[in-house]
Design a protein around this ligand. Sequence first.
Ligand SMILES: Nc1nc2c(ncn2[C@@H]2O[C@H](COP(=O)(O)OP(=O)(O)O)[C@@H](O)[C@H]2O)c(=O)[nH]1
Ligand SMILES: [Mg+2]
Length: 240
Amino acid sequence: MIKILIVLPTYNEEKVVEENTLKVFEFCQKNLKDFDWQILIADNGSIDKTFKIAERLSKKYQKISFFHIPEKGRGYALKKAWSEYQADIYSYMDIDLSSDLNSFPLLIKAITENNYDLAIGSRLKKGAKKRRSFLREIMSRVYNLLLKILFNPSFEDAQCGFKAISKRVAKEILPKVKNNHWFFDTELLILAEKAGFKIKEIPIEWIEKRTVKRKSTVKIFSTIWEDIKGIIELKFRLKK
Ligand SMILES: Nc1nc2c(ncn2[C@@H]2O[C@H](COP(=O)(O)OP(=O)(O)O)[C@@H](O)[C@H]2O)c(=O)[nH]1
Ligand SMILES: [Mg+2]
């Protein structure tokens, strides 16, 4: 049976971690019957109760695991999860469940049946539906346009928090990815594509989940700065 690791990266998500992890759990029980799946809450940097809740869930459900480490960064959490746990397909989704869960089996199918090595959710490809703030939409479009000009990738949305990769990509490309934060996704995709791996981009439904209860964890200006540095560094690396 094909084993899928579903990583839920978290950073101070005590308000949603339980409810949303259980939503993913129930979804997998219903829709991933043909697979051996495991949910992993990958928590780093949190200073709230997120990992206590995750620990409790992991004790209650055999199919839910968790880790907690102090260093921050979603990329860091994904690297650790995708390199230290055994699986045939590695995936992740943002814990706010902005991406419609119903698209998850499509990511898996792209890899298991259609010979893709990476499958990514997309808010910019034709067919996507989304509810997003104007600022984030503009930022995302400018960012992906810049990538198009500099790297000419096949995909339109590098940064959607909804992705799956094959074991081969995890073994061959993951060790080469340097960024441990938000630029991690872009770096992974561009390095994988340059190495000849095929990427399936799937338009999804995305609803930005920002409520009084839960705010975005993204710090806009430091993230833009990190992205610019990441892009320049990657461009030089690929030239060599
Ligand atoms: N493991 C881990 N996850 C993080 C970190 N920072 C953010 N996240 C997670 O990354 C996902 C996306 O964050 P979110 O605030 O929804 O970003 P936005 O939708 O782009 O505003 C969520 O699941 C966050 O909990 C971090 O330092 N470590
Ligand atoms: Mg979000």
